[in-house]
Ligand binder design. Structure first.
Ligand code: C2E
Ligand code: CA
Ligand code: CA
Length: 891
């Protein structure tokens, strides 16, 4: 949150609080004001009620006194005619009677105009005189219209209580003015004023218009004796306010602000007033108001406190957010300043953060990355760059593998990016279940390391591995060959006469020459082989994974060596000039016995030295026995070539019989009629012929000879129905013109194609199934038939059997030999027979030597038999004689 947003929040908060406080204040004020007005109105009503009651009471009291005093005049008229005839005793008696009617007064007296006591309702001994307040007598007597007049209160000499006098002037019949006076204790009038209610709060007065207070009852003093009014006279008030209604003014006695109500009495100038000080009127309201105010204040304070707390909290939050924002900004800065690519994933493996460097390292992710993006999507994008041409399924597998590895981060891995960069990726789980990915570009580091390694392990001139690398690799190859039971060979190559070339033409030319030699050497070996430069004019070639058979291995090594001899002997073009060179090659096999690299190298070196001493440009093996074998092989090859030229080969035929014992055909088997060694069996030369190209012309000879036989047999009794089987080698069958060759031979000789059967092996067919099927079909349509030779030793798979246009299976002799001896062979033969029956193929069992083998085969439905039990392979004329003889001997 920004600073201004934070401020706005506070302003809104306090604005709301302010409005709430103002509303609270207004409500409380209104409530209090209304309450106050109500209290005042109630007070006014009370004051009015009270004043009205006092008015009625006082009027009644004064009227009763007035009536009593006035009635004495009538009594006097009836009793006395004038001053002279005044009978004080009689009048006193009358007065006593009258006074008894009014309980309020103490006594009634008659005074003359001087104030002398004439008569009284109390005995003369008790009352000698009546001491009226000063001026009262004169005021009473001087009235124009005689009426009741009330004195100021004063202390009674008689009863020592406060009293006031009520008087009314009288006249005797003779006109003598008298004054009838009644003494009334203040207390009696007070109880009239208070109407027995004893309400202390209301101040009650009995006063004259002009401002003399006659009686006053104060809330605090009760019926005390206030002497003066604390407020202006009523006539003054009347000038200001309407006395018919209550008005707000100082209370009549205490002078406190009060609601005042005055009522005039029946007698002129006399008033009763009631004042309720506002302080008292508002007592109840004030108590309530205090509660309300207290509540309101509490609420207000709570609101303010809440505001304060909210402000403090907000400030603290704001501060915390600022601190967090600052530290995040700092982190961002740090992360962006990192030289490493950085990415943070959350617990769901979605992107939480990454830096600029990360995008620079993986430019193809630009535009893809987004906060919250599942990392799987990153992989899905990356895979298009890492495996551009791959299948969709491979891409999916890649993504899945990456995801799986990411779920279980295992420290650091190195990625080679499509743009050639090498990135070290470190993945670490975070405590919250997420992942931190750090990518470090180590391209330069690796390049430097590679360069250092190159300097240490490669020859600077030719770029070939140097001696150190050679020893290392050769050591590994030796150990590997020994472990795997295979063989390898080291060819030690030394250039002949290089020193002379170097000395005469200069080092530069020598260097260029060496470079060309290196290139030729590399071109002469397979990808898995190693070419190294030992220094000077010495090179070494390591051939790995040669056949396990030592002679075979040596032959292959020799063939490579010869290729090298041939390549290096070709002319060199250096600086526009042609040069010639040759080399000496020493060879040593490894893997036969435990040996170190240095030992093997030494042997090859020794062999090379031997070549050098024989004037170079040749190859020699270190192992003498090996050398003998090699030499023999070489001689055999040469001899075979010569034998072909000299037509020393011939065919023997081995008959094949049906179940019933009829001869059905024969297999043609080659023999070599050697001038010195006699008849050589094919096992001794077919392999050699197959290794080189010799097998092709040899196979061609067999095929031609077989076709000639078939052609000759046509129309001959006992021979014309026979088929002839010819073995075909892989290399021969693979010749592109094989089909044409067979068809040509058939055509040239005129042999019936359907009598010719070609024997192929499983491994031959499987070497290139498509090519095999195509060739077999082409020949099959011309009538040539096919048998699968040595069946059971290879894959024996139904899947391809059904696709081949086969006529026969030949159960391999190894199974037939052990029939009845090895249970497993019984089962294999039974299975082959069952399988062939299902595929409607004929089965020939070869190598049948015993009757038991024959019986077993017959019992399980074998169609044809070939073996020593019936006949050995025999020369052609012998065979033909056998067939054309009248009776064929049957075993
Ligand atoms: P193969 O095709 O399996 O020929 C059958 C071999 O078993 C023949 O040996 C045959 O003399 C021998 N044999 C026949 N019946 C019996 C028997 O009852 N017991 C025993 N122990 N052996 C029996 P051979 O003639 O020495 O031929 C050996 C192999 O040389 C042949 O095996 C074939 O693979 C190859 N071969 C022979 N002639 C030719 C040929 O003209 N061209 C090609 N490419 N290979 C040939
Ligand atoms: Ca055969
Ligand atoms: Ca065979």
């Amino acid at each position: 949150m920004t600073l201004s947003a934070h401020r706005r929040l506070l302003v809104v908060l306090w604005g709301i609080l302010g409005v709430l406080l103002v509303a609270l204040t207004a409500a409380v004020t209104a409530l209090l004001w209304n309450g106050r007005s109500d209290a005042l109105a109630q007070g006014e009503a009370r004051v009015k009620r009270f004043a009205a009651g006092a008015e009625v009471g006082m009027n009644r009291a004064l009227l009763s006194l007035d009536v009593l005093l006035a009635s004495t005049e009538e009594m006097l008229h009836a009793d006395t005619s004038g001053r002279a005839s005044f009978d004080a005793v009689g009048v006193s008696g009358l007065l006593r009677g009258a006074a008894r009617q009014n309980l309020m007064l103490r006594y009634v007296a008659l005074l003359d105009e001087t104030g002398a006591l004439l008569a009284a309702s109390v005995p003369r001994e008790g009352l000698r005189s009546v001491s009226l307040p000063t001026g009262f007598l004169a005021a009473a007597m001087s009235q124009a219209v005689p009426t009741l007049i009330v004195s100021q209160p004063q202390m009674s000499a008689l009863s020592s209580e406060r009293v006031l006098y009520v008087a009314r002037p009288l006249r005797l019949d003779d006109g003598t003015p008298l004054l009838a006076v009644a003494q009334v204790p203040v207390e009696a009038l007070v109880s009239v004023l208070l109407q027995g209610q004893g309400v202390p709060e209301i101040e009650v007065t009995f006063e004259r218009t002009q401002g003399q207070l006659l009686l006053g009852v104060d809330a605090s003093q009760g019926a005390a004796e206030p002497v003066r009014l604390a407020a202006p006279a009523l006539h003054e008030e009347a000038a200001r306010a309407n006395l018919a209604d209550a008005w707000l003014a100082p209370a009549r006695l205490s002078g406190e602000p009060a609601t005042v109500f005055a009522r005039p009495l029946l007698y002129q100038d006399l008033w009763v007033t009631a004042s309720l000080p506002q302080a008292l009127a508002l007592t109840g309201w004030r108590d309530g108001a205090v509660t309300v105010l207290a509540g309101a204040v509490l609420l207000g304070v709570s609101l303010i406190l809440a505001g304060v707390f909210a402000t403090l909290y907000s400030r603290r939050m704001h501060h915390a957010r600022q601190v967090e924002a600052r530290s995040k900004a700092l982190l961002d800065q740090v992360v962006d300043a990192m030289v490493s690519g950085f990415m943070l994933l959350d617990a769901r493996f979605c992107i939480a953060q990454w830096n600029q460097r990360f995008e620079e390292m993986f430019p193809w992710l630009q535009g893809t990355l987004a906060v919250g993006l599942p990392f799987r999507r990153v992989f899905e994008t990356m895979v298009h760059y890492h495996l551009p041409g791959a299948h969709a399924q491979d891409k999916r597998d890649w993504v899945r593998a990456r995801m799986a590895r990411q779920r279980n981060p295992k420290g650091t891995v190195e990625l080679r990016l499509p743009d050639g960069h090498i990135v070290q990726v470190t993945e670490r789980a975070t405590p919250d279940g997420g992942l931190v990915i750090i990518c470090h570009d180590v391209t330069d580091l690796r390049q430097a390391a590679a360069e250092i390694e190159h300097l240490a392990f490669y020859d600077q001139l030719t770029g070939l591995p140097n001696r150190r690398m050679l020893l290392d690799q050769l050591g590994k190859a030796c150990a590997g060959a020994e472990r795997a039971g295979t063989l390898g060979a080291v060819l030690f190559i030394d250039l002949d006469n290089f020193k002379t070339l170097n000395d005469t033409l200069g080092h530069e030319t020598g260097d260029l020459f060496l470079k060309q030699v290196a290139r030729r050497l590399v071109a002469s070996v397979r990808a898995g082989d190693l070419v190294a430069r030992l220094g000077g004019d010495e090179f070494v070639v390591v051939l790995a994974s040669l056949p396990a058979d030592a002679v075979q291995a040596a032959l292959q090594a020799r063939s490579v060596a010869q290729k090298i001899l041939h390549l290096l002997a070709r002319p060199y073009q250096i600086a526009g000039q042609t040069h010639h060179g040759s080399c000496s090659v020493g060879a040593a096999l490894f893997g036969q016995v435990p040996q170190t690299a240095a030992e093997v190298l030494k042997q090859a070196d020794i062999a090379m030295y031997q070549v050098k001493t024989n004037r170079g440009n040749s190859v020699c093996f270190f192992d003498p026995a090996m050398q003998v074998a090699i030499n023999r092989r070489a001689r055999l090859e040469a001899d075979l070539q010569a034998a072909l030229d000299a037509d020393q080969f011939l065919l023997h035929l081995q008959p094949q019989f049906s179940q019933g014992g009829t001869m059905m055909g024969a297999e043609a088997l080659i023999r070599w009629q050697h001038p010195e060694r006699g008849l050589v069996p094919p096992a001794q030369f077919i392999g050699v012929a197959e290794d080189g190209e010799l097998i092709v012309p040899m196979g061609r000879w067999v095929l031609r000879t077989a076709c000639q036989l078939l052609a000759r047999w046509q129309g001959q009794e006992g021979l014309s129905t026979l088929s002839l089987s010819v073995n075909v080698s892989a290399r021969q069958f693979r010749q592109p013109d094989f089909v044409d060759l067979v068809l040509q031979q058939l055509q040239h000789t005129g042999a019936p194609a359907h009598r010719l059967e070609l024997e192929l092996t499983e491994s031959l067919v499987l070497e290139d199934v498509q090519d095999s099927i195509a060739k077999m079909h082409q020949l099959r349509t011309k009538g040539v038939r096919f048998a699968l030779d040595d069946f059971g030793t290879g894959y024996s798979s139904l899947a391809y059997l059904t696709r081949l246009p086969l006529h026969r299976l030949k159960i391999d002799q190894s199974f037939v030999h052990h029939l009845g001896e090895r249970h497993i062979d019984d089962v294999v033969v039974q299975t082959i027979l069952g399988m062939a029956r299902n595929l409607e193929l004929e089965v020939v069992a070869e190598g049948v030597e015993t009757q038991a083998q024959r019986d077993f085969l017959a019992q399980h439905g074998c169609d044809m038999y070939q073996g020593y039990l019936f006949a050995r392979p025999m020369p052609v004329d012998e065979f033909e004689a056998l067939c054309t003889a009248p009776a064929v001997p049957l075993p």
